[in-house]
Design a protein around this ligand. Sequence first.
Ligand code: FE2
Length: 392
Amino acid sequence: MIWKIRTIINRGLNNMNTMETTYSKETTTETDFLPLNGTDFIELWVGNAKQSAHFYKTAFGFQSLAYAGPETGIKDRASYVLVQNKVRLILTSPLSSKGEIAEHHKKHGDGLKYLALWVDDAYEAFEKTTSRGAIGTVNPKTIQDKNGEVRVSGIKTYGDVEHLFIERKNYNGLFMPGYVEWKSEYNPEPAGLLHVDHCVGNVGWNQMNPWVKFYEEVMGFKNILSFDDNDISTEYSALMSKVMSNGNGYVKFPINEPAEGKKKSQVEEYLDFYEGEGVQHIAIATKDIVHTVKNLKSRGVEFLQVPQSYYDDLLDRVGPIEEDMGPLKELGILVDRDDEGYLLQLFTKPVEDRPTMFFEIIQRKGAKSFGKGNFKALFEALEREQERRGNL
Ligand code: FE2
């Protein structure tokens, strides 16, 4: 079934009022060959995991959970596992200049390596995807300790990013075999981050559709939403995007590619500085965005800033909302509406020195879309940053 989101709701902000965005919803009963329970963890490969872990605790309110490294018999790396509600974040660094982690870091800087998905059967997930053309990176294996077993497998996706399939139904431990509890005397308050809402990839010129095909054919995802360069363009730069969703909608991967504009697309800037394709942003859900953003700002997290004029006719564009305008305006929180409700969102600046990965904070109040009405204002804010870096 296909229906149309009337873009009239975006009137006044988006100059493409006449455009319609195709939004399709899966209503068939065909069986999902790759059932996913959600995101299991995300793992960043970074230059100094010990310090990154401290940053994510201090700035984002993550809590110490587990550790693996020389003290636990791992010789080539140190990994710190952090948690906040259902978000598990691993920071890993190499212990020498040799090996894939050091190579990855030399090329990309800090970046996302594993987007791990929670499955009921990691062996079957591997078999189902590789038989459909996926390149296997981690052959199915069972790892055990006194708390039971975790089964793991993995496949390649765009760039150097991999999907791991994690099966933990027979495991009662803290995280995974091989990790020990990480006890810390430094436990900053959580910031209300709940779960991964979506995770966006930037791919190269003409690569969006091949990766859409990969997620459709290899992983059984559906393309639920598409934006062309007319939807996502400012005076200067443009991009195209397609949103891929798994059967139950728990896992959503929008995929961006650059489009021709007068100046350099933000996606191109990413590809130049990341030196390849990779994850652009991770969106994390909160149930109180005003609280979360106020909290994160007070901890030093930097957000993109839209002009105050964004709020002048906001309610005309999105209709009535439950939140007071004052705090939204003060914090720079953005609002958009679709046929099913509205959403509030805000984007951080990149969290590394390279202008690469950043985070989105999102609160959904019925809306299932991604804030199309905010694209223009947001991308203009992004371009101002790009220009300050001399990359526009
Ligand atoms: Fe997003």
